[in-house]
Ligand binder design. Structure first.
Ligand code: SF4
Length: 537
């Protein structure tokens, strides 16, 4: 935000540092072991500098920069300070850099390029950073440094929220969304083309090493020798990923195999999955999964997956929430994509109450109701557990004809049993035209977790479950809308899975810091009001 010039006769606002009780914020100040700050470059300003005070006068009391400033001051940054060896030219103070970065992420400025240019003309950043102006290279370097530390800080903030009673961290709402990778969708290559290009690139890199001019180079090749070397690493990674995908493809049943020539990859970001985004555009992307607390706006867990769907992420996300909060989720709200038979089994085993429609959603249900069923649905057949058999609407018993083990993702399997009605009954049955078109009689398949599915479906029909499930669209859906619309998370700015994780980690850290700080202020204000009421009484 670029602040307007201060009008004539503008009243100096009260300093927020005096009006806000710091102990009402994130919690007690953590123990710190910062090395001497003189290892770092001295910032051009301090709290007494006229330039800093001039901006401080103009900055509104409730400006988010002030909240971030206070919240970061209360984080334990020992590991960040310790990550500097203190050799070479002096680095900018990392606490000031972190404040700048968190503020930028909250305003949708995700690229270190933006940070380096914004510190020169955004006054609130100059206020946060005491006038430091880190270069583009330093901003990129700082982003790399933050990567391994974000987990620790997110744990600190969520731990503090639990201690302060903002959340119990036991109920969460899970959802995922695809985010475009920082990679072009116009240069997808298959293995044979990638090999040809790698050979050509190797030839030009060999010429670079001799110091000679490589001559005319193709349009896909990087222009400069240093960039060509980076391109070479990406090509090697792309080849490895493509070979893995070819091996996966070869393991599929013959009728499900893809034509190897059509297996492609993005050379700009080989780790990104290829799939259709919300606008149905086929592109390199990642899936961002988030668990939002249902008792507060806190984000309890986040993860970026190099896949194009939400499949198989329910239990990994529950483990992520446990990693960050130290508490196991007991209630999860999710959409239909997370409620497979295996997910229901996992939830039952872990004692998790899952609220998610089974194989239906707001769109499919009315459409299904309008459509005439192609055959009498399975729900009209009665399962007899004592006989381990189905009974059809005409009262005939089905017999078990086969059992197979179906392979699912991550090496997991599920047993499926097939039951068939004697064809003599079906041929003469008055319902035969509605029930089956097969001359061998109607068949029904039963998953080994069918009891769980039936119990889950019955649970989701109860008014209590419907009331609980309604909270999903009021929580995690809003978080994604906010992330995409206000935090600029429609496309990652960093290239690769690790950079995507850093971006999301920073967004979540900034968001949770603001939530905890706001809750602390509310509590402090309620405490003050309570005290003044008691005094008045
Ligand atoms: S067609 Fe066969 S399975 Fe279907 S209702 Fe008639 S007898 Fe039962």
């Amino acid at each position: 935000m670029i602040l307007p010039p201060r009008p004539q006769g503008h009243r100096r606002p009260d300093s927020p540092r005096r009006s806000i009780d710091p102990l009402g914020a994130i919690g007690a100040v953590p123990p710190r072991d910062y090395p001497h700050l003189d290892r770092f470059a001295v910032p051009p300003w301090d709290h007494q500098s006229p330039e800093w005070r001039a901006i401080d006068d103009d900055l509104p009391v409730d400006h988010p920069a002030r909240t971030i400033d206070e919240a970061v001051d209360r984080l334990d940054l020992t590991s960040l300070f310790a990550s500097y060896l203190g050799v070479g030219s002096r680095a900018h103070r990392p606490d000031l850099m972190l404040k700048i970065v968190l503020y930028e992420m909250q305003t949708g400025r995700h690229s270190p390029d933006h940070w380096a240019s914004d510190v020169r003309d955004r006054r609130c950043l100059q206020w946060l950073g005491w006038g430091i102006t880190p270069s583009r290279t330093r901003c990129y370097g700082f982003r790399e440094r933050l990567g391994p530390l974000l987990e620790t800080w997110n744990r600190q903030v969520l731990g503090s929220a639990v201690v302060q009673g903002i959340t119990t961290a036991r109920r969460g709402s899970l959802d995922g969304s695809t985010i475009a990778a920082n990679a072009t969708r116009h240069r997808l290559v298959n293995l044979s083309r990638l090999r040809r290009r790698s050979e050509e690139l190797d030839r030009v890199i060999a010429v670079d090493k001799t110091g000679q001019d490589p001559g005319a180079i193709p349009g896909w090749m990087a222009r400069r020798p240093a960039t060509r070397r980076r391109q070479h690493y990406r090509f090697c990674e792309a080849q490895r990923e493509l070979l893995k995908e070819h091996a996966r493809n070869a393991r599929r049943p013959r009728d499900q195999r893809q034509d190897p020539e059509k297996i492609v990859i993005s050379t700009s970001d080989p780790r990104a999955a290829l799939g259709r985004d919300k606008e149905k555009v086929f592109r390199p992307l990642y899936t961002l999964e988030v668990i939002q607390d249902t008792e507060s706006p806190l984000v309890l867990a986040y993860e970026v997956f190099a896949q194009a769907t939400d499949a198989g992420t329910l239990m990994p996300m529950r483990r992520r929430a446990h990693d960050l909060t130290g508490i196991w989720l007991k209630e999860i709200l999710a959409d239909t994509g997370y409620a497979s038979a295996l997910d229901l089994f996992d939830c039952a085993r872990a004692g998790v109450d899952l609220y998610a429609p089974y194989q239906e959603n707001d769109w499919t249900e009315p459409r299904r109701a309008q459509r005439r069923p192609r055959q009498i649905p399975k729900s009209e057949f009665t399962w007899r557990p004592d006989e381990q058999a189905y009974v059809c609407p005409q009262g005939h018993r089905l017999t078990r004809i086969s059992q197979e083990t179906r392979g699912l993702t991550e090496g997991r399997t599920v047993e499926v049993t097939t039951y068939r009605f004697p064809k003599e009954h079906c041929r003469e049955c008055p319902l035969a035209r509605r029930c089956t078109s097969s001359a061998n009689g109607r068949t029904i398949q039963r998953n080994e977790h069918e009891d769980l599915i039936a119990a889950h479906r019955a649970k989701m029909q109860t008014p209590e479950a419907k009331a609980i499930y309604r909270k999903r669209c009021q929580t995690v859906e809003l978080r994604f809308a906010d992330a995409k619309e206000h935090r600029g998370l429609r496309r990652f700015r960093g290239r690769g899975l690790e950079h995507a994780r850093i971006e999301v980690g920073l967004c979540v850290l900034g968001h949770n810091l603001l939530v905890v700080q706001a809750a602390g202020r509310r509590k402090a204000a309620e405490g003050q009001n309570g005290t003044s009421c008691q005094v008045a009484a």
